[in-house]
Design a binder for this molecule. Structure first.
Ligand code: BEZ
Ligand code: FE
Length: 276
């Protein structure tokens, strides 16, 4: 392994990986190195540019904390999260589509009864959300666990307020025996993803905006069904066609209906895919 040059170094690295006992890890590493080296050759990567990339990734790691995951954000804005979601969640026609998880889910959200106000003090216009959880044959799924989280009228999730000690605009409910669920919250608004870190620098350097269209996050779990991680997006939002993280699917867009006596209602029915 001497005198390696730009043409022979790739094979030398690949050869060294041939002893990797885990076949999946071996495949991933071999293909990653091959693509990475080909990429470097294709763009004729300079030493300064490699150092710049290393400093960018270093800053991305340094921005991470127990409240902030800058690498997830990076994967999101590069479309890698949505690509992986799309490849791994192909479902039969009629099932609710999946989309990105995002960085604002937290463990331990409060459990509520149907009809409760999950806003718990979050600012925003009132909104009543109703729907059902069913299978593809229209059979209600009772006792499904629905976890909901969303931003408030300022475009912030509760975890983005450093001094807030309670959970706001997030909660866990269970579907009723007829598959229905219902809760009160505030109207979701469009918001920018965090831009005070390296991902923000990347967006600025590439002339991209950071906005996500208004949405509610749902994670729905039921025995014998695949867990569904998805959003419901607000129809008419100006960012539906330019979501900073590429998450919008037309089947997930719904109307928030203004009520004559104030507030909004949203109805959305979820269809789960059997686990096998
Ligand atoms: C979110 O919707 O919460 C989100 C998703 C991806 C990146 C940033 C935020
Ligand atoms: Fe979100």
């Amino acid at each position: 392994m001497r005198n390696l040059d730009e043409h022979t170094v790739t094979q030398a690295v690949v050869d060294l990986l041939s002893g990797t006992p885990d076949p999946r890890l071996k495949l991933i590493l071999v293909r990653l190195i091959t693509h990475l080296h080909n990429f470097a050759r294709e763009v004729e990567l300079t030493e300064e540019e490699l150092l710049e990339a290393i400093l960018f990734l270093t800053a991305t790691g340094q921005k991470c904390s127990d409240k902030r995951q800058e690498f997830i954000l990076l994967s999101d804005v590069l479309g890698l999260s949505m690509l992986t979601v799309a490849m791994n969640n192909k479902k039969p026609e009629g099932c609710t589509e999946s989309t990105v998880f995002g960085p604002f889910h937290v463990e331990g959200a409060p459990v509520y009864d149907n009809g409760a106000d999950i806003a718990n003090g979050a600012v925003g216009e009132p909104c009543l959300v109703r729907g059902t959880v069913k299978d593809r044959n229209g059979v209600p799924i009772a006792g499904a666990e629905l976890e909901v989280w969303q931003a408030d009228a300022e475009g912030n999730y509760d975890v983005q307020y450093p001094d807030l000690k309670t959970h706001q605009a997030r909660g866990v409910l269970r579907s009723r025996p007829d598959g229905s669920f219902e809760f009160r919250t505030v109207v979701a608004v469009a918001y920018p993803i965090p831009v005070d870190g390296p991902v923000g620098d990347l967006l600025r350097a590439t002339g991209r905006h950071p906005w996500r269209p208004a949405h509610l996050h749902f994670m729905i779990k039921a025995k014998q069904y695949q867990t569904l991680v998805t959003h419901v997006f607000r129809n008419g939002d100006q960012y539906l066609d330019s979501d900073a993280v590429f998450g919008v699917r037309q089947t997930l867009v719904a109307d928030w209906i203004r009520q004559p006596d104030g507030g909004y209602t949203l109805n959305y029915d979820f269809v789960l895919n059997p686990a096998d």
